[in-house]
Design a protein around this ligand. Structure first.
Ligand code: NDP
Length: 305
């Protein structure tokens, strides 16, 4: 494919190539962009696309390409973290995409070792991402033994429009109660490990009571147990001619949970988005609810740090 001589643009060869790439991405977006991703309104009035794309464990060297492909597939909500060491690559993919900032929803997170240093850590994240604001900024773990998450939260409360929404991850109801009692802003979200084998009913009920949206990390159980072999998932997949991953994504969405499955595989990126042409029945939802066995894949929030 020739990368020069488009006849319309007279910049340097590098600028010409970048423009062509942007044009191609725009065409691809028009063909594949799913218009059907629902949004959820948070307790601060901001909206968040309910289905996004996570980049935990995406190699920093590959992240720019992976996020570029995810944006081309139609994702507009990206979940990263300072801890993932790939914010710079996410930022490069965003810049390269040419997608207007207002059409994107970008989340990053503050690691507990920086809780006493939140302002500086936040500025570093913004700089790495190449952004002047993030849509959502989260405390990554409560690290209760350090006894400084309340102080860190008060710092987040001061970030104003540079962190449009603020929230937490891995907070138990007892940690949230402390924040609610001792600070001003109720977190917009709590991002917790949540998948069919760990359904977090107590945390979800507590969140509902306080108007906190629930985000699921490991929505596909990190593909570490045999989701496709679970009978209710297999039955629903067969009934709707969908994959096990699509059934589980649909189960989250119908439960009102915000998710951002991670994949480095472009085909799976599309598969995970292709979930808006079917609906699980109440019986199918209930049968998947029955798979809860309290099976944690990650750390317990009181044990980490
Ligand atoms: P997920 O449940 O999203 O699972 C990711 C795994 O599933 C990968 O191995 C991927 O493999 C595989 N996969 C994805 N789609 C499919 C599919 N359609 N069919 C088969 N396999 C599939 O786990 P994550 O831990 O990544 O959770 C999602 C996001 O949540 C993270 O990326 C991160 O943004 C966030 N997170 C937050 C945490 C926190 O403490 N706040 C902790 C952990 C995650 P492959 O890439 O090879 O396709």
């Amino acid at each position: 494919m020739s990368i020069v001589g488009t006849g319309q643009f007279f910049g340097s060869p590098e600028e010409e190539r970048d423009k062509l790439l942007r044009d191609l991405m725009a065409q691809k977006r028009d063909r594949t962009s799913p218009s059907g991703i629902p949004v959820i309104t948070l307790n601060d009035g901001n909206t968040i696309p309910q289905l996004g794309f996570g980049v935990f464990k995406v190699d920093p060297q590959e992240t720019e390409q992976v996020v570029t492909e995810a944006l081309a597939a139609g994702y507009r909500h990206i979940d990263t973290a300072a801890f993932y060491d790939n914010e710079e690559a996410v930022g490069r993919a965003i810049a390269r995409s040419g997608i207007p900032r207002g059409e994107l929803f970008i989340t990053t997170k503050l690691w507990p070792s920086r809780f006493d240093d939140a302002e500086m850590a936040f500025n570093e994240s913004l700089e790495k991402l190449g952004l002047d604001y993030v849509d959502l900024y989260l405390l990554h773990w409560p690290a209760p033994r350090n006894n400084n998450f309340v102080r860190a939260w008060k710092a987040l409360e001061g970030f104003g429009e540079r962190a449009r929404s603020i929230g937490v991850c891995n907070f138990l109801p007892e940690h949230l109660d402390r924040l609610i009692d001792e600070t001003t802003i109720v977190p917009a979200v709590n991002q917790v490990e949540l998948h069919p084998a760990l359904q977090q009913r107590e945390t979800r009920a507590h969140a509902r009571k306080h108007g906190i949206a629930v985000e699921a990390w490991a929505p596909l159980g990190q593909w570490r147990y045999d989701l496709a072999g679970e009978a209710p998932i297999a039955a629903a997949a067969e009934a709707h001619a969908k994959t096990a991953a699509q059934v589980v994504i649909r189960w989250h969405l119908q439960n009102g949970i915000i998710i951002f499955p991670k994949t480095v595989n472009p085909e799976r990126m599309k598969e995970n988005l292709n979930v808006f042409d079917f609906e699980l029945t109440a019986e199918e939802m209930l049968a998947i609810d029955g798979l809860d066995r309290g099976q944690r894949l990650g750390s317990h929030p009181n044990e980490k740090h």
